[in-house]
Design a protein around this ligand. Structure first.
Ligand SMILES: *Cc1c(COP(=O)(O)O)cnc(C)c1O
Length: 471
């Protein structure tokens, strides 16, 4: 049965109330859901309802069945992975977006969506300090943006023939051994083949060593392979290491390689004058991606993708079916040709709301505070005898482990147990990685609601659990 206007309005208000209260009550929830596999499905009827149900009943089930199975990403004690912070202006924009339900594949299917996307990405370009002339488009995720970059790099490396005839000879992609898994996925899907992805060694700070890159490129050339693309990471997922763009870009120039920059998380930090150095050399990049859905308070999903040469991008992806032709195609941007999907969500609206509501200065303040809290935490870890810092802290991620001097294998087991004991409390959620083969605990501070007291409480808990374990 069609929901009447009165009910829609009633629940609309009710849900906004619920979200508002959710934010203030978040601390009462265990950060990580405690359900076991199958628990949620066991509570759902095996068959769909034949007759429509009341929103009262649906909402009740949302609270009783779904909510216990939710891991609370907006929790102030969320320190896992990287965050996916949302914010009130972003949520309100999502509501309007859902209400309009526009499908923004081409300019004509919503001129405001196309033009706002172009415009807001130009604002963002200025905010980060990316080179003038780089053009932006919103992709769903960094993984998709990187796939788009790899496909465009493939086409440019083969004079746009691979799209027509398939790949003729092996093309090679280079990334550091700390690169994100989406590079491997993209290399596989884009037809390079995993065998043709070279993992370049990293230095003590876990950043790519440029001389190792150049050596690998030359070796592949000697073997008759065709180097095509380098992916540099600004802020690796494991430890936020920063690959040196300057020297890497020069190598790419020398050898005619596409340079794609993956700044999914740390890109946001470039809105701070004191972090602009991470972009040194970015003028030699062909494409650049960062995720406002990670550290810029914009609801998942929203990934900002920039290219130096939109022509190459469009040549890789454009299609001209008769049913999508309009008389305006010469004058406007049709973003369907800037990526993989045809149908597109109106994602620019939430980004516009966020930037306007916080202002550049407001966003800077939040990012700067997260970095300050991470430095504070780093200081505590560094001063404590039973803890060891595992990587430099450039942004808001601290990598550390318990180390009481036992041998390496035993340390891995100890830290695994330690992390489990922390997360089992439900008071915090942290995740792990391996750095140079060593089990490492990551504490990422970038949730909008995280305040100093949450970081202090986390540290107290960490010390307490460590003492229990070492006793
Ligand atoms: C998070 C992350 C990604 C993947 O981001 P998605 O938007 O989830 O695809 C890629 N690269 C790096 C460095 C990341 O931290």
């Amino acid at each position: 049965m069609e929901m009447d206007k009165k009910t829609f309005r009633k629940f609309g208000y009710k849900f906004v109330d619920w979200v508002t209260d959710y934010f203030s009550e978040l601390e009462a929830y265990p950060v990580c859901s405690r359900v076991k596999p199958g628990d949620i499905r066991d509570k759902l009827p095996p068959e769909p309802p034949i007759h429509g149900e009341s929103m009262d009943k649906i909402f009740l089930d949302f609270k009783e069945v779904i909510l216990p199975g939710i891991t609370h990403w907006q929790h102030p004690s969320w320190f896992a992975y990287f965050p996916a912070s949302n914010s009130p202006p972003s949520i309100l924009a999502e509501l309007l977006t859902a209400g309009m339900g526009a499908q923004c594949m081409i300019w004509q299917t919503s001129p405001a969506a196309a033009e706002l996307e172009e415009h807001v990405l130009e604002w963002l370009r200025q905010m980060l300090g990316l080179p003038e002339g780089m053009a932006g488009v919103i992709q769903d995720t960094a993984s998709t943006a990187t796939l788009v970059a790899l496909l465009t790099a493939r086409e440019r490396a083969t004079d746009f023939e691979s799209n027509q005839k398939g790949i003729k000879r092996p093309l090679v992609v280079y990334a550091s051994e700390e690169t994100h898994s989406s590079i491997e996925k993209g290399v596989k899907i884009a037809g390079y083949g995993k065998e043709n992805l070279r993992y370049i060694a990293t230095d003590d700070s876990l950043a790519m060593i440029p001389s190792e890159l150049e050596e690998a490129v030359e070796k592949d050339k000697e073997r008759g392979l065709q180097p095509a693309c380098v992916v540099a990471t600004l802020g690796t997922t494991s430890s936020t290491a920063v690959d040196p763009l300057g020297p890497i870009g020069e190598i790419c120039q020398r050898h005619g390689l596409w340079l794609h920059v993956d700044a999914a998380y740390a890109g946001t930090a470039a809105i701070l004058p004191e972090k602009k150095w991470i972009l040194e050399g970015v003028e030699n990049s062909d494409s650049f991606v960062f995720n406002p859905h990670k550290w810029m308070l914009t609801n998942f999903d929203c990934s900002a993708y920039y290219v130096k040469d939109p022509g190459a991008l469009i040549r890789t992806f454009e299609i001209h079916p008769e049913y999508l032709k309009t008389g305006l195609d010469e004058q406007v941007k049709n973003f369907r040709d800037w990526g993989i999907q045809l149908g597109r969500r109106f994602r620019a609206l939430k980004l516009w709301f966020v930037i306007r509501s916080y202002g550049v200065e407001g966003l800077q303040r939040i990012v700067r505070e997260h970095i300050r809290l991470a430095q504070m935490f780093k200081g505590w870890v560094g001063e404590h005898n039973n803890f060891e810092l595992m990587a430099p802290v450039e942004f808001s991620l601290v990598c550390f482990r318990l180390n009481d001097g036992r041998d390496e294998d035993a340390l891995d087991g100890l830290n695994r147990k330690f992390l489990e004991s922390l997360n089992q409390t439900g008071k915090v959620f942290l995740t792990h990685t391996a750095l140079k083969g060593k089990f490492t605990i990551r504490l990422a501070i970038a949730s909008r609601l995280t305040q100093e007291r949450h970081v202090r409480e986390a540290w107290e808990l960490i010390k307490e659990k460590a003492e229990e374990l070492l006793k």
